[in-house]
Design a protein around this ligand. Sequence first.
Ligand SMILES: [Zn+2]
Length: 97
Amino acid sequence: MIRVLLRPLLGRTRRQLTCQRTVELVTDYLEGALPDRQRARFEAHLAGCVHCTRYLEQMGATIRALGHLEVASVPPEVLAELVTVYRRVRSDRRAGD
Ligand SMILES: [Zn+2]
């Protein structure tokens, strides 16, 4: 009885982040700048999304490689290019193995 009443409520409150929103939050997440609630939603999205998980890994690796990344000062298209280049370098390296 209670379950039946709760089901529609749960369905509505468990709103998933979109991939675009998740990608936007990656740098904040890596910097530990996300509020707990948002981080929980971010991680919930990652748990079910291979693409965003991979993106997060690559951003983390890129930031480690550069020491740090001033994301705020990098235009989105440059950032996208950086990720593309990084992806290419990585797959080239793997192909050479
Ligand atoms: Zn996603």
